[in-house]
Design a protein around this ligand. Structure first.
Ligand SMILES: C[S@@+](CC[C@H](N)C(=O)[O-])C[C@H]1O[C@@H](n2cnc3c(N)ncnc32)[C@H](O)[C@@H]1O
Length: 386
């Protein structure tokens, strides 16, 4: 066991690192014992074909525990339906993270963008470990903070752990895409991504209030200020931020493995030459997010083969798929199957983006209202419902 005060040194070092551009949050980061909120977590097993996770359960407040808790890293606490707190040490769950303690640097930069000040009434969407609620409570006053999560275990665990160090914000287990506990918020910050932007958030934000959120399946971070006309106007921020999307169940729907089984090598209903080089959607992320905005909900996968050939798959829940193959030299080939032509959609989005001089996604503006929310590309001709 380390010196019980060792965490404060570690928290101060973390604060030095993550609040350099947001000094108003320095005290809150230095004074918040993140290790109390995250006693156990999951780490991906390297090179595991099944994408399995293993538990990390260090001795409480040990050097290893403090080193992880006060690093600027995300700690995944729940995988699929399994929370590390409730799992057996030898469990190896597979699946996607369904809750985590977000990296402190990202929480702080979002809080800075939120421009929350002492006395503001704030809604923290996505309690998770309770870390963001703890920072807000310390600086803004617990009585001004409401934190909500869809998962009642998470809310109960966070409430008990926050109380251990004197933090008692209002906490509720609700699906935040539905009705909210209150209205008249000065600030709403979501550490879970959404699409559509819930109407209830826009109704609950008072004129002059600010919303900071991300759009599901993209890294687009939006900041918008509510006007007197019920429309929140804002923009896409330059710093990318990715969060898990909202869920209503204990886990997300399964990945499209059956569609992939067909798409992997089938000839398809249509084979054609690609219109230009096959993009690497993991490098060309602006194209990937634009495609997601235009044609939501398409699962993307990629592989590089030993001969240098690259493959990109687009998969849809309706069974439509495309496989685009780019040999190391020469032109690419596209295979498509099912009711929709997904690669045609991607090429259409790319052409339109090129006609728009490949505008920066951060130059898009946001118009959010309970009647409908949009991101608008420069010039106004291309609008995406979000
Ligand atoms: C990345 S974690 C939040 C991190 C947290 N703010 C922290 O500082 O530890 C996202 C959280 O959103 C929650 N969530 C998912 N869907 C939700 C929904 N529909 N309503 C409210 N919370 C939701 C998840 O259960 C998860 O705990």
């Amino acid at each position: 066991m380390t010196n019980p005060e060792a965490w404060t040194d570690a928290a101060t070092a973390l604060a030095d690192k993550v609040t350099a551009n947001a000094t108003e949050w320095r005290d809150a980061v230095s004074a918040t014992p993140r290790h109390v909120l995250v006693p156990r977590w999951w780490e991906r097993i390297p090179n595991s074909p099944a994408e399995a996770w293993e538990m990390v359960a260090p001795d409480f407040a040990s050097k290893a525990h403090l080193s992880a808790a006060y690093s600027d890293a995300t700690l995944v606490t729940r995988v699929g339906p399994t929370h590390a707190d409730e799992a057996q040490p030898d469990e190896k769950p597979t699946g996607s993270p369904t809750s985590s303690s977000t990296l402190p640097g990202l929480i702080v930069s979002m809080l800075h963008r939120l421009d929350a000040r002492p006395g503001h009434k704030v809604l923290d969407v996505g309690t998770g470990s309770g870390y963001s609620a703890a920072l807000m409570g310390r600086r803004l006053g617990d009585e001004n903070v409401t934190s909500v999560d869809v998962d009642s275990y998470l809310v109960q665990a966070a409430r008990a752990r926050l109380a251990e160090f004197g933090r008692n914000p209002r906490m509720e287990a609700i699906d935040a895409t539905g009705e909210l506990p209150e209205s008249g918020y000065d600030r709403i910050m979501a550490t879970v991504s959404v699409r559509p932007v819930p109407k209830t958030w826009l109704r609950a934000l008072r004129p002059g209030g600010r919303l900071v959120t991300t759009i599901a399946h993209t890294a687009l971070l939006i900041t918008a200020d509510m006007g007197d006309d019920g429309i929140a106007r804002g923009s896409v921020q330059p710093d990318p931020a990715t969060f898990m999307e909202t869920r209503q169940e204990a886990d997300y729907p399964p990945k499209l493995n059956e569609v992939f089984a067909t798409a992997r090598e089938d000839e398809g209903d249509e084979v054609r030459a690609a219109d230009g080089p096959i993009p690497d959607l993991w490098q060309e992320w602006p194209l990937r997010w634009l495609f997601e905005l235009d044609t939501p909900g398409i699962e993307t996968r990629a592989a590089v083969y030993p001969d240098g050939k690259r493959c990109v798959w687009l998969l849809s829940a309706d069974g439509s798929w495309s496989r685009s193959e780019q040999p190391e030299s020469g032109s690419g080939t596209v295979h498509q199957g099912g009711a929709r032509r997904l690669w045609d959609d991607l090429e259409r989005v790319r052409r339109k983006w090129e006609e728009g001089n490949r505008f920066s996604l951060h130059s898009m503006t946001a118009e959010l209202s309970a009647d409908g929310s949009h991101l608008v590309a420069p010039g106004g001709a291309w609008r995406f419902a979000i």
